[in-house]
Unconditional design. Structure first.
Length: 225
């Protein structure tokens, strides 16, 4: 069973990497999907709804680096307190550190400019645009929490609801970045893709090690915790 999980994980990593590289190339050259970014942004801006703007700002706030950093520290400590184990808390921290490193590295490497500051609804960000750090980091944070929950004895319904909420928040935060004018659609898509690829890599590493779940019960043969 572990072999199947590892094979599936490696396949997901390979596919995610290929998709991300294609998006990065499009963003650099301004062709393929990236060629549609200006028109899509214009369409979104022209169809903004005043009543929706405060909600978009609140949602995008959840993906701010200071907020996610604070949540990571608090949640990691809570996990340690309730499970009496450091490993799941460390996994969460490693996941978020990796997301931050990937965001910074590829922003500098690609060096893509953001949409014009005149369309931004909020404080203007002069940093690079690709990939969307909000999309990447929020995807890693919320889905990693959901994944860690699946390693516990929580009810299946609770796990499914948590996963659905994690997906919804990740999607909403990414879409809010386009709506508010901070990112091109390709940036957000790349953020989601890279986030999922990083999670797949973490999951593959976890499967290879055959570690215990959050509840402390062995998940693989020969596991000594």
């Amino acid at each position: 069973m572990r072999i199947v999980r590892v094979a599936a994980g490696l396949a997901a990593v390979g596919l995610g990497t290929a998709v991300f590289v294609d998006l990065a190339d499009a963003a650099t050259e301004g062709d393929d999907l990236a060629a549609f970014d200006p028109q899509l942004t214009t369409t979104v801006v022209n169809h903004r709804i005043a009543e929706l703007t405060p909600l978009a700002r609140a949602i995008t706030y959840l993906g701010d680096i200071p907020i996610l950093t604070g949540l990571t520290i608090v949640v990691a400590l809570l996990i340690r307190h309730f499970t009496r184990r450091w490993r799941p808390a460390i996994i969460l921290v490693i996941g978020m550190l990796g997301a931050a490193a990937l965001t910074y590295g590829f922003k500098v490497l690609i060096g893509r400019d953001r949409p014009d500051a005149s369309i931004v609804l909020g404080t203007v960000n002069t940093g690079f645009s690709f990939p969307s750090g909000h999309s990447l980091s929020s995807t890693v944070f919320f889905l990693l929490l959901a994944a860690l929950l699946w390693q516990t004895d929580a009810a299946r319904r609770t796990k499914l609801v948590a996963t659905a909420v994690a997906l919804l928040l990740s999607l909403a935060i990414g879409l809010s970045r386009i709506y508010l004018g901070y990112h091109w659609a390709t940036d957000v898509l790349a953020g989601w893709t890279l986030g999922l690829t990083w999670l797949a890599l973490l999951g593959t590493a976890h499967a290879l090690r055959g570690e215990r779940g959050l509840d402390g019960e062995g998940r693989g043969r020969g596991n000594r915790g």
